[in-house]
Design a protein around this ligand. Structure first.
Ligand code: XMP
Length: 505
């Protein structure tokens, strides 16, 4: 997929993989020679914020469009296809944004087996006035603009977004392109990935030794399991307890990895070191910086004691790889320095083993299940590297950590009891720096305010606050004020991202 900067690019790639077809995202301006080296069976041109007729608008290498490889242009990608092949693109009289309906005239291939009226999601300011020579209209929108076009060389364009849920038949359209037009076979499955990754790890590591830092999250657990399976006996895992983990987290990781899978595991309790480093710090970015620095210090010390280790296994995922390689199409402003915590400096003496670097989160979960990891580990909600430190607003102290741990446990417990855990992206508690007045029995209290946050999200980039049932909220609130010493008030966070973020810091 050639990426022209749409906020939906990753989502398109995921949808393609959900259809069982491997898909990689590369900058839209990549020269054809470099694209050809990857031997693609089809090309998708993503949407993007530019207008094709503007100076400096990103274009694709014309050779890519003439190579005989099937092409699907989406929104900007369709306009680019039209423009670069000699059609006419102009600003639309009326900007089309949001739900719309298209009439399909020609159901061959792309709209195979689909109804002739399709609800779709539009988002564009330009429109195609004239399709390039050799193209025919496959569908049109209500105001008769071209909603889909194709030529006999297997080049297709659609003016709407098939990847979003507001285009209910979008998956079918993508699938038709992949299967009916491009002849893909849908062989991208967990089992195939595991075999291939196992082979690659064996080849890379040979008889070397590998170290892997476990965070308690899905990614590092799946990474370690995969490496362990490929080269049993050559992996040592390290779990650094930074004192900022949730209740019972370290024990659970130890149990699964050590007892269940038999992986050689070394646990290091460095909580005092981290807490010392955080003393008196209230600025969120400074907290992250100090936690990151402490992690590197502990890690280097421990790694030095494991002589003869040449490789470091890391659970880096594809979104991180995309973020660090597509800077020319992604100018997203860095709001928080997410990936510095638990990340290691590049000059460490290890060679990296990163078996998950082409996977999305949901694929990592599927592979974790296929590897036999327990569901409760595989389906864990994401947890930030700096842990509870960014959920304690203000200074992080042992006492405040205990308060938050107890409140957080109740939130997750009740969410699980209500059967909601898997449907939420994240659900957790925040310890605010506020004190408020309350009454318990006949006494006035002056205690902490705990906030509860539960969000739904597809990838953490945007999120909506979860409409939790009132009964669940009531139960959480009453349990927290009754069971957690020092807390006398609970509030529910009803902000979405944007403009808020998921975490409070
Ligand atoms: P925000 O708060 O930016 O969070 O909306 C988006 C997702 O990223 C997680 N997050 C982090 N993960 N280190 C991490 O490893 C961090 O410093 C960090 N900050 C936020 C957050 O939990 C959510 O899933």
């Amino acid at each position: 997929m050639l990426d022209f900067g749409s906020q939906y690019s990753q989502l398109i790639a995921r949808r393609v993989r959900e259809a069982g077809v491997y898909c990689e995202l590369i900058p839209g301006t990549t020269p054809w020679e470099a694209i050809r080296a990857r031997a693609p069976q089809a090309l998708i041109l993503s949407g993007g914020p530019s207008s094709v007729y503007e100076d400096g608008a990103p274009r694709c290498d014309p050779a890519a469009l003439e190579a005989g490889v099937p092409v699907l242009g989406i929104c900007y990608g369709m306009q680019l296809l039209a423009y670069q092949l000699g059609g006419k693109v102009a600003p639309a009289g009326k900007r089309e944004y949001g739900p719309a309906s298209v009439r399909v005239r020609d159901r061959a291939r792309l709209f195979h087996d689909l109804p002739t009226e399709l609800p779709v999601w539009m988002s564009h300011g330009d429109t195609i006035l004239e399709a390039p020579r050799g193209f025919r209209r496959l569908a049109e929108s209500e105001n008769s603009t071209i909603a889909a076009m194709a030529d006999d060389a297997g080049r297709y364009g659609i003016a709407f977004h098939p990847e979003v849920i507001h285009t209910p038949q979008g998956r079918d359209i993508l699938r038709n392109f992949l299967y009916q037009v491009a002849g893909c076979r849908g062989t991208w499955k967990p089992a195939a990935f595991i075999d291939e990754a196992t082979r690659a790890i064996r080849e890379q590591v040979a008889d070397g030794r590998v170290l892997c830092a476990l965070s308690g999250g899905v990614d590092s657990a799946v990474c370690a399991t995969l490496v362990h399976r490929a080269i049993p006996g050559q992996l040592t895992c390290l779990i650094v307890d930074n004192g900022l983990l949730r209740r019972d987290e370290r024990r659970r990781v130890e149990e699964v990895m050590q007892r269940h899978l038999g992986i050689d595991l070394k646990a290091v309790d460095a909580s005092d070191e981290f807490l010392d480093a955080l003393q008196g710090i209230i600025d969120p970015e400074e907290k992250r910086r100090r936690i990151g620095a402490s992690f590197i210090k502990v890690f280097e010390r421990e790694a030095a004691s494991l002589l003869g280790t040449d490789f470091l296994a890391q659970g880096t995922l594809y979104p991180d790889v995309i973020e660090s390689t597509s800077h020319d199409t992604h100018n997203a402003h860095r709001i928080k320095t997410h990936h510095n915590v638990g990340g290691l400096p590049a000059d460490l003496r290890f060679k990296l083993v990163e078996p998950l670097r082409y996977l999305f989160k949901d694929e990592v979960r599927a592979i974790g299940s296929a590897l036999g990891l327990p569901e409760d580990m595989v389906q864990r909600q994401p947890f930030p590297g700096p842990g509870l430190a960014v959920r304690i607003i203000g200074e992080v102290t042992q006492e405040r950590l205990e308060t938050l741990r107890a409140a957080d446990w109740i939130v997750v417990d009740e969410i699980k009891a209500a059967g909601l855990y898997r449907s939420l992206w994240q659900s957790f508690a925040i310890l605010t720096p506020l004190q408020s007045v309350g009454v318990m029995g006949d006494y006035r209290t002056y205690g902490n305010v705990v906030a509860v946050r539960a969000v739904q999200s597809e990838d953490g980039m945007t999120a909506d606050w979860a409409r939790l049932p009132y009964e669940v909220l009531a139960k959480i609130s009453s349990r927290i004020v009754n069971e957690v010493p020092g807390v006398n008030r609970v509030v529910y966070d009803i902000s979405s991202k944007p403009p808020s973020t998921i975490e409070w810091e």
